[in-house]
Each structure stands twice: as C-alpha cells, then as structure tokens.
Design a binder for this molecule. Structure first.
Ligand code: CMX
Length: 133
C-alpha cells in the first residue's frame, strides 16, 4: 500500500457537515458526488496529500445508515492507495483478510475500490483504492 488516500467520515447531514468542516479546515469541499451503488452522497476536502470524505446515506439500507444507527456519526473507514488493486486483493486474501467484493468496484472520485471486513482488521473498515487512468 502506498499511502492514506482518504479518511471517510459518516455524517447525518452533508449540508451541515460541509459547513462545519469548511469552518474547521478553512477551505470548502472541492467536489460532491453521489455513488448510487454504495447508497451515499459524498463530499471531498483536500488535506495535504490526502483527502477527507464526508458520507451521507441516501437510503435506510445503505451501509452508512446502518453504521450511524449502531455507532453514531464519526470515522467510518480509512482508504489506502494501491498501484494494482487486483494484485493487492489477491495478496490480502492469501493473508486471510476478508474482502467484501471479489472484483474491484467503481467508487467515488474516479477510483476502483475494494473494502475489507472490519471484523478481520481490528474493527477498522479498510478501503483499497486505485486511480482509474
Ligand atoms: N467500521 C467498523 N465496524 C463496522 C463498520 C465500519 N465502518 N460498519 C459496520 N461495522 C460493524 C458493526 O458495528 C457490526 O459490529 P457488531 O457485530 O459488533 O455489532 C458489524 O460490523 C456488522 O455490521 P452490520 O451493521 O450488521 O452491517 P453488515 O454486516 O450488514 O455490514 C459491512 C457491515 C462492513 C460489511 C458493510 O458496512 C459494508 O459492506 N461496508 C463497505 C461498503 C461501505 O461502507 N460503503 C459506503 C462507503 C462508500 C464510499 O466511500 O464510496
């Protein structure tokens, strides 16, 4: 893995969280994007070489809805940039980690992504992501 690409934060309201994080960081989000398949609307802030992604659920079955219901708002996942996501998925599966999907999926911000189950990673939801060229 190359670096922390972004940290995902689950929020109830993207509009009010955007205001709050704009005040906190002193800079506005550079983009907002809906990811239908994941049931989320996101916004992104630049933070040096990494990003902060705010996530609001778009439906009650979304992973983010369930997360907020069970654990409240807060850090939802940490995403790591990889060069070759398929190779990294194969390596991690061999190491015994539980991949949430067999093939890379199209995620927000022009990325191919794959999540690892948090039960196998000390309670932290890990996302692998590779920039789509
Ligand atoms: N971090 C840590 N633990 C988490 C978690 C998270 N983000 N989300 C769920 N869990 C925990 C729950 O607290 C629960 O723990 P307990 O059994 O101790 O109560 C356990 O995982 C199971 O949770 P659940 O609510 O019953 O939910 P599911 O098993 O249905 O799903 C998970 C859990 C991780 C497989 C699911 O949330 C998932 O597929 N996540 C990946 C996809 C995702 O999060 N998409 C949104 C982001 C999209 C983007 O960034 O583009």
């Amino acid at each position: 893995m190359k670096k922390v690409e972004h940290i995902g934060i689950a929020v109830k309201s993207l509009a009010s969280a955007n205001d709050l994080f704009t005040k906190l960081f002193g800079t506005a989000p550079y983009k907002s994007e809906k990811v239908e398949r994941e049931g989320v609307t996101t916004s992104f802030f630049k933070m040096g070489d990494a990003k902060i992604e705010l996530l609001q659920a778009t439906n009650p079955d979304s992973a983010v809805s369930k997360f907020i219901e069970k654990r409240g708002e807060g850090i939802h996942h940490i995403a790591f940039e990889v060069t070759d996501i398929k190779a990294e998925m194969a390596r991690l599966e061999k190491e015994g980690f539980v991949l949430l999907n067999k093939e890379p999926q199209k995620g927000a911000d022009n990325k191919l992504i794959c999540f690892l189950h948090p039960k196998g990673t000390n309670g932290m939801l890990v996302e692998l992501c590779q920039e789509i060229k």
